[in-house]
Design a protein around this ligand. Structure first.
Ligand code: SF4
Ligand code: FES
Length: 304
């Protein structure tokens, strides 16, 4: 049997969050998604919210956290004991479903993740394999947001989660795919400046987290930093594997990965206050309005 401990929460209701324990029979080659679908059938009210579409690592819809690690549920093999939670760093809609639409619209699309040409190229256009290799590697991205959930964010505000370097990992990967494409003629240095991008932190955990096999640190972050921020491109690689804590603000709630220094600064400033929620080891309420600390030193970002 597989034991699932499934996070249940509807932010619109006063009850919860809580975990529901479900046992399902284990089968050969079983994936986490198979177990969740079986669990859905056996749950009392049949009300579990979880998202998936293709079942074959193509659409990126099924990303959740299993035992603290962001994965694609349709691809990850089951283990005997699994805690299933919504993807970290994104607001929870219900149970295992998070809202990635705002991130897509407000961050990713502003970085113009498409190719722009000033003139119509000759057809067929010959581009050497070597020149396309770097961009091609990143074009495997299925936009699952697993990588954005794997690393600490910069901070939190009453309005939102502030993603690493102002954009988060998935947006950086899609931006870099075109930054490294010799055919693209967008002034991406200017665009990065206009959108307030900063040197992307170098987290080792990004070397192995992408289900599509992209080595995000070496194939996206380091090349992007070298082009956009050459003076700060090199330097130490941090681990980045902070556990996620549950944060409840008035307009959103989410599991959020915060660096220990950022969390301490927020607690010290009275912005985060610990709340006792049974079964959650660390849960905090985010105060609605607060004094803004210096962004660099405290990681507390300005509210919108
Ligand atoms: S880079 Fe990989 S982990 Fe990140 S969004 Fe794309 S496919 Fe998902
Ligand atoms: S259901 Fe499409 S990637 Fe998992």
């Amino acid at each position: 049997m597989v034991r699932l401990k499934i996070f249940r929460y509807d932010p619109g209701l006063s009850i919860g969050p809580y975990y529901e324990e479900v046992f399902v029979p284990k089968t050969e080659n079983m994936r986490v998604l198979d177990a969740l679908n079986l669990a859905y059938e056996t749950m009392k009210h049949g009300s579990l919210a979880h998202r998936w579409f293709c079942g074959t690592k193509k659409c990126g819809e099924c990303a959740i956290s299993v035992n603290g690690k962001p994965v694609l549920a349709c691809w990850e093999a089951v283990s005997d004991d699994m805690t299933c939670e919504p993807l970290s760093n994104f607001p929870i809609i219900r149970d295992l479903v998070v809202d990635t639409e705002n991130y897509e619209r407000d961050v990713i699309m502003k970085l113009r993740p498409w190719m722009e040409r000033r003139s119509v190229p000759l057809f067929p256009e010959k581009v050497g394999h070597e020149k396309m290799r770097a961009a091609h590697a990143l074009s495997k991205c299925i936009e699952c947001n697993v990588c954005s959930a794997a690393i600490p964010v910069e901070g939190v505000t009453p309005a939102r989660v502030k993603y690493a370097a102002g954009v988060g990992t998935a947006a950086l990967v899609r931006f870099t795919r075109f930054l490294l494409d010799p055919r693209d003629e967008t002034d991406r240095r200017q665009l990065a400046k206009a959108e307030g991008m900063r040197p992307f932190p170098k987290f080792a955990v990004l070397r192995g987290v992408c289900p599509q096999g992209i080595n995000i640190l070496d194939q996206a972050i380091l090349p992007a930093n070298r082009v956009l921020f050459p003076s700060e491109a090199e330097g130490d690689v941090e681990d980045g594997g902070e556990p996620a804590i549950f944060i409840r603000a008035s307009h959103w709630s989410a599991f959020v990965r915060l660096e220990a220094r950022v969390r301490s600064a927020l607690i010290e400033a009275g912005v985060l206050s610990r709340v006792a929620i049974p079964t959650l080891s660390e849960a905090y309420d985010l105060i609605e309005s607060f004094e803004v600390g210096p962004e660099k030193s405290s990681g507390v970002a300005a509210p919108l």
